[in-house]
Design a protein. Structure first.
Length: 388
């Protein structure tokens, strides 16, 4: 029996982003069958264990400390570092993240936008620059919060400073209303959300907030719940494992650095606002958003919200560029994709839980909207589990 390769994974288990990457690495290893992964449960800033006492065939790490990063570099084995080094080989596509956020804000009717961050590390700078570049491309000006001395904090996970609070209160007070803000990540979005509450700025009606990473534990416990962009951490982990495999096998490294597009935006209460819109139509939209996966029909919406089919069709086409029927189908499609990615449910069960009337209709609609079958989508997402 061939000897298994010993792989050390030094990725924080304290964040959903880190755990997502770890899942991607683990699934890649399971498919190979000859990797033995050692995991060190740790927080982002915790010291790493002594490394030279054991032999490793490869290391995948996500480190925020210079000394820890140097310790890994000195090991006599291939390594892939996913945070400390600015030349990260696999990373989320910040241009796509900016575009997704701005599309969402435009879809809701926001004409004023902004970016919130603190800290001057490379990933924050890149995300802010991508957002501002996309704003310029669309002819938008953006409000930006980037306080000193926080902007000089080059740590990959910058800390909030008490001195930032006065500057943030003033910035919130100066923001035109309504404004939609993209925060650098979910943790920073929550600082902004709390500051808005302290300042008396209503979220989302005055200031709508979107984070990045879709840390479900954080996003669901705050009030209002936080809209966030899912960076697809699991795929980032898989691509990092594929890169390590190339290095271990001595093959030429091709296709890196690699940008990974986000999975999508998960809409929650912090952006649940429609500036200057008809309240009945907004009610109709929210009903569709909340009930589409439970078999809701357009006729049900008309009856519940006391709106005519003509007015409903006209509002949806003006606001979203498509019909309410298409909106229902897209919401069901997003739910189906989530279930295909994250569960081993049968295609029939996915169809039922997504609000489709039958497995056959679901498969036809899925292929029409994505160009592939549900099983093909599941396989392309690297899910090696078989549907029951």
């Amino acid at each position: 029996m061939p000897t298994k390769k010993r792989i050390l994974m030094l990725i924080e288990s304290s964040t959903s982003y880190g755990r997502g990457m770890a899942r991607g690495i683990a699934r890649y290893a399971q498919r190979r069958g000859d990797w033995e992964i050692t995991v060190q449960p740790r927080g982002m800033a915790e010291p790493i264990p002594a490394l030279r006492s054991e032999r490793w065939d490869g290391v995948i790490s996500r480190l925020s400390d210079h000394r820890a990063a140097e310790s890994v570099r000195r090991l006599d084995c291939p390594t892939v570092e996913l945070l400390y080094d600015e030349q990260v080989p696999v990373f989320g596509d910040d241009d796509a993240i900016a575009s997704l956020a701005l599309d969402h804000f435009a879809r809701l009717g926001f004409e004023r936008v902004g970016f919130f961050s603190f800290g001057g590390c490379f990933w924050i700078r890149h995300r802010r620059e991508s957002f501002l570049r996309e704003c310029r491309r669309r002819g938008l000006s953006a409000e930006v919060f980037d306080p000193l001395p926080s902007s000089r904090d080059r740590r990959p996970e910058p800390l909030w400073r008490e001195g930032n609070e006065e500057a943030l209160d003033k910035w919130i007070g100066r923001l035109p209303r309504p404004t939609a803000i993209l925060a650098a990540n979910d943790h920073q979005a929550i600082w902004l959300l709390n500051a808005c509450r302290r300042r008396g700025a209503a979220v989302p009606d005055s200031i709508a907030i979107c984070g990045v990473n879709n840390d479900e534990h954080l996003c669901e416990i705050v009030s209002p719940t936080l809209t966030s962009i899912d960076q697809n951490a699991e795929r980032i982990g898989r691509e990092a494992a594929r890169l390590l495999e190339m290095k271990i096998d001595g093959r030429p490294v091709v296709g890196y650095p690699r940008k990974i597009p986000p999975l999508g935006l998960v809409e929650r209460q912090s952006t649940d606002a429609f500036p200057n819109d008809d309240s009945q139509m907004v009610r109709a939209y929210r009903l569709i958003r909340d009930q589409a996966v439970f078999g809701l029909r357009v006729a049900d919406v008309m009856a519940e919200c006391s709106v005519t089919e003509r007015s409903l069709q006209r509002w949806f086409k003006k606001r979203f560029g498509h019909t309410p029927e298409k909106e229902i189908a897209l919401i069901r499609l997003r739910k189906a994709k989530e279930l295909l990615r994250t569960t081993n449910l049968s295609i029939r069960a996915v169809a039922e839980q997504s609000g489709f009337s039958s497995e056959r209709y679901f498969s036809q609609a899925f292929r029409r909207l994505t160009g592939m079958s549900p099983n093909q989508y599941r396989q392309r997402r690297g899910d090696t589990r078989q549907a029951r």
